[in-house]
Design a protein around this ligand. Sequence first.
Ligand SMILES: Nc1ncnc2c1ncn2[C@@H]1O[C@H](COP(=O)(O)OP(=O)(O)O)[C@@H](O)[C@H]1O
Ligand SMILES: [Mg+2]
Length: 272
Amino acid sequence: MTPVLAVNHLSVTLQSGKNTKQLVKDSSFSVYPGECLGILGESGSGKSMTVKSMLGLLDRHFSATGEAFFCGKDLLKEKKETLRSLRGKDITMVLQNPMTCFDPLYRIGNQMAETFATHTNWSQKEIREESLAILDRMQIQNPKVALEKYPHQLSGGMLQRIMIGLAVALKPKLLIADEPTTAIDAITQKEILEAFLEIKNAHQTAMIFITHDLGAIAKVADRLLVMNQGEIVDEGTFSHILHHAQDRYTKLLIEKRQAVMARYQQVLGGMV
Ligand SMILES: Nc1ncnc2c1ncn2[C@@H]1O[C@H](COP(=O)(O)OP(=O)(O)O)[C@@H](O)[C@H]1O
Ligand SMILES: [Mg+2]
């Protein structure tokens, strides 16, 4: 099978004055159709840099080398305009803080309509129908009312579900979610993860799911990469990683998570 994305020897370097700092070191990985690749690592390990560099989202202080083939095109060699037109259509993103993805001054419905007007040739009527369908699919109550709301009138979890719905409705070849549950409370996190699971089952979209949360990634990712200080230090299915982690750092992440779970169960047990 041909991968949707094939990254070879990707390195990202930051130049500040005379100093250079390597933020991503010789990363190679692929994502296949219908697969969800998880990228797990602590804050600052280079997860966001990995995807931002491919999408042309870094300024001139950063330089990226290597290859990132997406549908036959090496993204690292494409012009900014080409990357801009790929983003939002062939490659869509769901980011950490849904509040920053919406303009506070415009109603949700208008913002969804604008996105569709930019990336599709749908009529006004089709756009409205699809917008309502997305809200319905993402289990937002009273879709017609929700379209009339401003972002601050909806919860973070609702906004994030709308972002996910939009990101999927554009039928991208690749969906990248960068810490989509991090800024969201635990109860809503569960709903967000369920939304991703549904997408995976229904659409066969290739996905990259970035998180520092082992629990979140265990639910959605088919295969995962573990990053530490800019390097991929482990790779495999969740159960493989859980039982055969090669890297000291990965083992630490797993132990930390298991300690949290044990404590959680103790507290719950104490309450019963
Ligand atoms: N704008 C920036 N200027 C300088 N260093 C940065 C910048 N953004 C990120 N970094 C550095 O790059 C490294 C990787 O960052 P990032 O990819 O955002 O980590 P992650 O997404 O895994 O939390 C970190 O060490 C961070 O300090
Ligand atoms: Mg990040």
